[in-house]
Write a protein of this length. Structure first.
Length: 249
């Protein structure tokens, strides 16, 4: 089988969230295609694109203020972004799932604005930005791939931030769950089932809610038949009602 077939064929069948994302559904793929996935014979020097790097639960990819040397793509697993607030400790400012890019926001200032920690063991692919010119690819081709890659990232960020602009706690929670579902769907996973690897405290920190409020709302949504929650596995049962809650005026 050709390299193109290995990395570009995507099944029409939705796969469980715990599986690896297909390369063609990954945010880093525009650049990986240009680099021929750094396979043997691609001519890409070692270290520019490092694929399937293992990360253990609790490991930090980078810390706030650290030089932005890499963009990461989540191959499998999930991560949370945190910042340190004086007197308040860590505040969660984002979550990342399979297929999503990590660290792109650091390109402007050349430093990461937050830290990113693994919520579970998984794998990432790393792109070393400062060495792209060594790949031997035309600068115009590299720039085009970067624009495509970052353009998709901007579109994703619009979807992600939608859960934070709702007024009530109930609206924010409903929008957050729908946002997680849509993000999984965009990467080829089932939108009906979400594995909540993050803690209730992490969700509350992200949404600006108390831990107890998060637990209360999840219990409420379940009792109303909107979701089914078993430990960390959440199923969206009534998306229409969740939409009504999230977008209520």
């Amino acid at each position: 089988m050709s390299k193109e077939n290995i990395y570009r064929i995507c099944s029409d069948t939705e796969i469980p969230q715990s599986e690896e994302v297909e390369c063609c559904d990954c945010g880093l793929d525009p650049m990986c295609q240009v680099l021929d996935y750094a396979e043997a014979g691609s001519g890409v020097p070692e270290g520019i694109l490092m694929r399937r790097q293992r990360v253990v639960m609790g490991e930090m990819l980078f810390k706030p203020g650290q030089a932005c040397d890499y963009i990461y793509a989540v191959k499998s697993g999930s991560f949370k972004a945190v910042i340190n607030e004086p007197g308040d400790g860590e505040r969660v400012v984002g979550f990342y799932f399979a297929g999503e890019l990590i660290g792109a926001e650091g390109m402007a200032e050349r430093r990461y604005s937050c830290g990113v920690r693994a919520l579970e063991s998984g794998q990432v692919c790393q792109l070393q930005l400062g060495r792209l010119i060594e790949s031997g690819r035309p600068l115009e081709t590299i720039q085009k791939a970067l624009i495509e890659m970052l353009g998709k990232e901007v579109a994703l960020n619009h979807l992600v931030t939608s859960s934070l602009v709702r007024q009530s706690a109930e609206q924010r929670m409903a929008a957050f769950l729908l946002s997680l579902s849509e993000r999984l769907k965009s990467r080829g996973f089932s939108p009906a089932s979400v594995t909540l690897r993050m803690s209730r405290s992490d969700i509350g920190s992200y949404l600006g809610l108390a831990r107890e409020t998060v637990s209360r709302l999840l219990t409420k949504f379940q009792s109303e038949g909107l979701i089914r929650l078993r430990k960390k596995q959440l199923q969206l049962i009534d998306r229409a009602s969740l939409n009504e809650i999230a977008f209520a005026s």
